[in-house]
Design a protein around this ligand. Structure first.
Ligand SMILES: Nc1ncnc2c1ncn2[C@@H]1O[C@H](COP(=O)(O)OP(=O)(O)OP(=O)(O)O)[C@@H](O)[C@H]1O
Ligand SMILES: [Mg+2]
Length: 416
């Protein structure tokens, strides 16, 4: 039997196979082992584009529909709904089958053999505080995995997978806190690791805590967008009628990756025209109308994401929005970003305290903190994590590869 580990992420996907006793990630797009979890339905082409090619096709202005952050529809009612393409509708489950089926096919090409068993990653919680929704989300992923041809499908929690990857480099017994902060969720586990524990079949006793919260990089994107980009499009601008502001919903949807496409309907456009007529700042609402009319929502979301990443290095930066209105520039500042997202970083710190309480350990008992997931590169997220564990050794994991490698190690234990 040939088997693999699959880390289907909100933002990026990886897939790994065994080579001898080691796990390795396969190239999914040219030489890259990560594939942005994006699909672009080109209305003029028979086949959709995937990953970077999907984002490029959209950025070129090709007529079609870009979808990203698809993992965040798992566990919500949207998974059983459909969305309009050019002339026909497609269900979200089918979109996920197209994306994951393509990833499987590319991995088989790269690995040179068909893959029939998979250890699928999953966040500890797809949805906060709703076990039934969590189960539905995992069931949906399992059904999709079988539909694309995996005969054996099992799951492992993403932070436990990252722990298995980290354990490969651990020389002596220790207790580690694994923090995996990705695009959609923040997941943690506290685990006992050691060179002699690696091969044990049942590791349940080594898992001292395992929990997570639906906070990820896309939430930081949304709040940065609302703080620094959306006001240029009329967010929180006054209506003619005293005391009224422009309705929030359009702006929060436009700042939320998975919701952008829902704004591209004649009904929403008609509503926006009405808002514009009643607005005290019709010049600003006109920009919103232009972004929706020309389907520029993802372009704006990508610009905000780039600004977020840029703020890790710079205190302030400007992004040109000349493609919305000549000369328009949005300014971004790290201080404002960190204030606007304090609740998110606070939620991450709170989840770490909860895991420590679950494990019955004081922070001093954590030997190492292992950081993985792209959002651990955010300075305020790092401060939130390290502030709870001031004395632990910091281990920088492979930010985009650890979970996929760990899932592959798990697939070797389960299916070999
Ligand atoms: N240098 C950086 N600074 C800050 N954030 C970054 C940086 N690089 C990437 N990110 C963010 O990391 C996130 C993606 O991380 P990652 O690929 O680990 O997520 P994922 O595994 O797809 O998501 P999840 O595991 O939550 O489903 C994105 O929100 C991206 O903006
Ligand atoms: Mg991840």
């Amino acid at each position: 039997m040939s088997y693999c580990g699959l880390d289907f992420g909100t933002s990026n996907t990886t897939l790994g196979v065994a080579t001898g006793n080691a796990a390795r990630l396969v190239a999914l797009e040219d030489d890259e082992t990560t594939l942005p979890s994006a699909i672009f339905f080109d209305f003029a082409a028979a086949r959709p584009a995937f990953g970077r090619a999907a984002i490029d096709a959209y950025a070129k202005g090709t007529d079609g529909r870009l979808m990203r952050s698809l993992k965040s529809v798992l566990g919500t009612d949207l998974i059983d709904q459909d969305t309009l393409l050019d002339r026909h509708r497609i269900g979200f489950r089918d979109v996920l089958k197209r994306l994951l089926g393509e990833i499987k096919a590319r991995a088989e090409q790269a690995a040179g053999q068909p893959l029939d068993a998979v250890v699928h990653g999953r966040p500890v919680h797809f949805v906060d505080g709703d076990e039934a929704a969590d189960r539905r989300a995992e069931d949906a992923l399992a059904e999709i995995a079988r539909a694309i041809g995996f005969r054996h499908v099992s799951f492992q929690f993403e932070p436990i997978a990252a722990a298995l990857d980290y354990e490969q480099q651990v020389g002596a017994e220790e207790v580690a806190l694994i923090a995996d902060i990705g695009g959609g969720t923040s997941d943690f586990s506290i685990v006992r690791l050691g060179p002699d524990r690696r091969r044990a079949a049942d590791r349940a006793g080594d898992i001292l805590a395992n929990d997570g919260i639906r906070i990820g990089g896309t939430d930081f994107d949304r709040l940065l967008s609302l703080k620094s980009a959306m006001p240029h499009l009329g967010y929180q601008s006054a209506m003619k009628k005293r005391g009224l502001l422009a309705p929030n919903g359009y702006f929060t949807d436009l700042s939320t990756w998975a919701k952008i496409n829902f704004l591209y309907t004649p009904k929403v456009m008609a509503e926006i025209r009405q808002v514009q007529r009643e607005s005290a700042r019709p010049d600003l609402i006109a920009r919103l109308a232009h972004v929706l009319e020309d389907h520029l929502g993802h372009r704006l979301a990508m610009l905000v994401e780039r600004a977020k990443i840029g703020l890790s290095e710079s205190e302030r930066l400007d992004q040109a929005l000349g493609w919305i209105e000549p000369g328009l520039v949005a300014g971004f500042a790290r201080g404002e970003f960190e204030t606007a997202t304090a609740e998110l970083s606070g939620g991450i710190a709170g989840m770490i305290r909860r895991c420590l309480a679950d494990a019955g350990l004081s922070p001093a008992k954590i030997d190492a903190v292992f950081l993985t997931g792209g959002s651990t590169l955010l300075p305020n997220v790092r401060r939130a994590i390290l502030g709870e564990l001031p004395d632990s050794r910091i281990v920088e994991g492979d930010k985009f590869g650890s979970v996929g490698l760990g899932l592959t190690l798990e697939s070797m234990l389960r299916y070999r």
